[in-house]
Write a protein that binds this ligand. Structure first.
Ligand SMILES: Cc1cc2nc3c(=O)[nH]c(=O)nc-3n(C[C@H](O)[C@H](O)[C@H](O)COP(=O)(O)O)c2cc1C
Length: 234
């Protein structure tokens, strides 16, 4: 069961660490967490800032581990979780979505189209959608921005770095075409493919290696996996 390692190390969730977000207003979604120290656009010495989005593809643990790794690296995180990501988090892990949100510095309601991250003028260092469903891939591909994840991804494509941990198998021609087109538009497709050359001893080893390679794309080193250094002779 994945639960054994989900709560280990730096990922440990305590009740004290859980922020309780207000319920969004039905008509006008509000930010889920806007602490007193709202994210600033002007401080030149601000922390590196990454937007993390989780959608309803299988692999919620990858998003959770990305958040844990970024927290350990002292990166400011802005989190958006889709409705189906909440469902897969509950089904696939021992985390409650509120525990996952507590790993981020800021979280936004997916319908809050006025959130800071929805604008290109809000400075960030990139966005990762992990895992990324084929539905969200298609929304990004078509530029159909009807929620905060697709809107922010649309902004990232024109302004900054966008990494899509696109997960589905097998892949249809539509999936492949969408991936090719968004790659041509500047996104990086990072399918979470297991790297067996690390000779993994557990699922955790595979997830850590994938998360490490994802964050390499933002020039961040988790130091949590072994890099290829040529054949190792016994
Ligand atoms: C348990 C479960 C696993 C799923 N796995 C995948 C997947 O690996 N890839 C995918 O594209 N969709 C998957 N889906 C379907 C998506 O959740 C669905 O298309 C949803 O509309 C995605 O919406 P979102 O991108 O807004 O989260 C899965 C759904 C469930 C319930």
């Amino acid at each position: 069961m994945l639960s054994n390692f989900l709560h280990g190390g730096t990922g440990t969730i305590t009740p004290q660490s859980i922020r309780h977000s207000p319920e969004p207003d039905a008509d006008m979604p509000t930010p889920e967490t806007r602490p007193n120290n709202s994210p600033t656009n002007t401080n030149p010495q601000r922390r590196k800032r990454i937007v993390v989005a989780m959608t309803g593809a299988t692999g919620a643990i990858m998003g959770i581990k990305v958040l844990i790794a970024l927290r350990r690296l002292n990166i400011e995180t802005h989190l958006i979780i889709s409705k189906w990501a909440e469902a897969t988090i509950k089904y696939e892990s021992d985390y409650h979505p509120s525990n996952v949100k507590a790993l981020a510095d800021y979280t936004y309601n997916i319908n809050d189209m006025a959130a800071p991250v929805s604008s290109g003028s809000f400075r960030t260092d990139g966005m990762i959608i992990v895992p990324c469903s084929m539905k969200t891939l298609a929304a990004i591909h078509s530029g159909f921005c009807d929620d905060l994840i697709s809107r922010t991804a649309d902004v990232m494509l024109k302004e900054r770095r966008l990494v899509l941990v696109a997960r589905e198998t097998p892949l249809s021609e539509i999936h492949l075409r969408n991936m090719l087109d968004v790659t041509r538009a500047g996104a990086v497709i990072f399918p979470p493919m297991p790297a067996f050359y690390i000779r993994p001893g557990s699922v955790e080893d595979l997830v850590d290696q994938s998360v490490g390679r994802m964050l390499d794309l933002f020039d961040l080193d988790t130091r949590d996996f072994e890099r290829w250094d040529g054949w190792k002779k016994e």
